[in-house]
Design a protein around this ligand. Structure first.
Ligand code: IDP
Ligand code: MG
Length: 158
């Protein structure tokens, strides 16, 4: 099944809302394939935000991402990348729609609570960046048949 990478940013951990964020993904019936807490090094951050390192705000972004540990989550589901991006909302939390994670939990464009992969291609790269072999788990779910219809099961799961 399709996988995507989420980072729960240090600001969310400091604010005590990581549980609320994980709960949203659980309630959506996305499966947690991997979950770990880690500090981001200069190297991993420069790689992860390679498209932004030359931008004037990068030093602020870097400091905010290294202000504490992050939680890396690998989520799995049918069309998980697009679905999770919609759940997260647009980059600037003030513009993110109510009901999205950023729209409900943040007022900031920078301290916007979570990262989510923006394409299937990038998700694969990002999952490999944050998870080593043996840190992702396949396990039987007792409720998959209540989460997806028959056609969807054939298309996305089997
Ligand atoms: P995304 O997180 O919605 O995919 P990106 O453009 O990939 O947005 O930017 C990565 C992160 O960099 C954002 O989540 C945000 O924390 C920060 N960021 C992006 N644009 C700005 C900006 O204009 N000012 C300050 N921080 C920014
Ligand atoms: Mg991005």
């Amino acid at each position: 099944m399709e996988k995507t990478l989420i980072l729960i940013k240090p600001n969310a951990i400091q604010r005590g809302i990581m549980g609320d964020i994980v709960t949203r993904f659980e309630r959506k019936a996305l499966r947690i394939a991997g979950m770990k807490m880690m500090f981001l090094t200069d190297e991993i951050l420069a790689e992860h935000y390679a498209h932004l390192v030359e931008r004037p705000f990068y030093p602020y972004l870097k400091a905010s991402m290294q202000a504490g540990p992050v939680i890396a989550l690998c989520l799995e589901g049918a069309e998980a990348v697009e679905t999770v991006r919609q759940m997260v909302g647009v980059t600037n939390s003030r513009k993110a729609l109510p009901g999205t994670i950023r729209g409900d939990f943040s007022m900031s464009g920078e301290q916007n609570v979570v990262h989510a992969s923006d394409s299937v291609e990038n998700a694969l790269v990002e999952i490999n960046r944050f998870f080593k072999e043996g840190e992702l788990f396949e396990y039987e779910s007792a409720v998959t048949r209540f989460e997806y219809g028959g056609e969807e099961t054939l298309k996305y799961i089997k």
